[in-house]
Design a protein around this ligand. Structure first.
Ligand code: TRP
Length: 335
């Protein structure tokens, strides 16, 4: 039986936070250790350029994300872990796919549409501040996916449309030329928590409400203490279901611990006490990895060598696939 091939990219524009950990990193690392799955994980640094024109941020974020995944125990023997920009076939395929992707399809991409709408609302030219990178983003993502014949793409809800576009582009290519591409499907796991940030909204860099994954213990305690709560006093019953403290607790605790905390809430646990327990729980899960993370951040040459090895393995696939694509479209030697 052939293994299921799973692929996902991480845009390198920020520092990993607890929301990334719970929503994407932790399940991916579990998958990386599963023998029945062939995982492809990569740093989407070309995607980073769409949102970020600061070279130091892109560099630093690539380093932090790679160190984070390695520190948390990504199995780089079983999974392929690489950097998008180390695979020159990806921009090559992006161009070929651009010539097969309907512009009308790209006009419907949420991120692009939102940018146009924001311009219209402020009375700007609809194209104001919109690069071709933003417009073509789904084509680059299609190249990432189709290059490695990935069947299952674990993504957040905001990315489903992009995977569907990749599928659409693949279908069109297969129909027009040859059956080269596997049709991908988005996999959204409803059991994975979308973590709330310190202000109660979805944890996200753009809301400035994140709890970074690998800060010092002291900083982690401080961040957890910043989580917004209501003004109920110790002894007053608290509703776990509208509490960010409880929501984050649930993403880290066992079922038994979740049930116990629910009762503590109903019995009026003090916010200070609940946060103290939350810090201890999160810290216990992260503290060993934090040590490895700091070691890796001090040894960038090691990170680099792991990424280059991953790229070498990935290119065995991408060079072969690109050859098929070239043959199919008529870009080949004359004699
Ligand atoms: N665009 C994705 C995001 O922002 C990251 C990404 C790039 C990706 N290429 C991908 C995800 C391919 C899945 C497959 O989250």
């Amino acid at each position: 039986m052939s293994k299921q091939r799973v692929l996902t990219g991480i845009t390198t524009t920020g520092t990993p936070h607890l929301g990334n950990y719970v929503g994407a990193i932790r399940p991916s690392i579990v998958a990386s250790r599963d023998d029945s799955i062939e995982s492809f994980f990569f740093l989407a640094d070309y995607h980073a350029l769409i949102k970020c024109q600061d070279p130091d941020t892109v560099r630093q974020s690539s380093k932090e994300i790679a160190a984070t995944w390695l520190a948390l125990g990504l199995d780089t023997e079983n999974a392929l872990f690489y950097r998008q920009s180390d695979i020159p076939e990806i921009p090559e395929l992006t161009w070929v796919l651009s010539c097969n992707a309907a512009k009308g399809l790209m006009n419907r991409a949420h991120a692009y549409k939102a940018a146009v709408q924001a311009n219209e609302e402020t009375g700007e030219d609809p194209d104001f501040g919109i690069t071709m990178g933003l417009f073509s983003y789904p084509v680059l993502m299609a190249a990432d996916i189709l290059m490695f014949k990935a069947g299952k793409i674990p993504v957040g809800r905001d990315q489903i449309q992009h995977v569907e576009m990749a599928r659409d582009i693949a279908q069109r290519f297969n129909h027009n030329f040859a059956e080269v591409f596997t049709l991908p499907e988005a996999a959204v796991d409803d059991n994975v928590a979308v973590l709330q940030g310190t202000d109660g909204r979805k944890m996200s860099k753009s809301y400035n409400n994140t709890i970074p994954l690998f800060q010092t213990e002291k900083q982690l305690r401080k961040s957890i203490n910043k989580i917004k709560t209501n003004l109920l006093e110790p002894g007053q019953p608290k509703n776990p279901d509208d509490s960010t403290v409880f929501q984050v607790w649930s993403a880290f605790a066992s079922d038994a611990e979740i049930a116990r905390m629910r009762i503590d809430f109903e019995n009026g646990i003090a916010w200070g006490e609940a946060k103290k327990q939350l810090f201890e729980l999160v810290n216990a899960e992260l503290s060993d990895a934090r040590v490895r993370y700091n070691q890796l951040m001090d040894d960038p040459a090691h990170i680099e060598s792991v990424l280059l090895e991953g790229a070498q393995r990935a290119r065995e696939h991408s060079v072969a696939l690109m050859q098929k694509v070239r043959d199919a479209i008529g870009i080949s030697a004359i004699a």
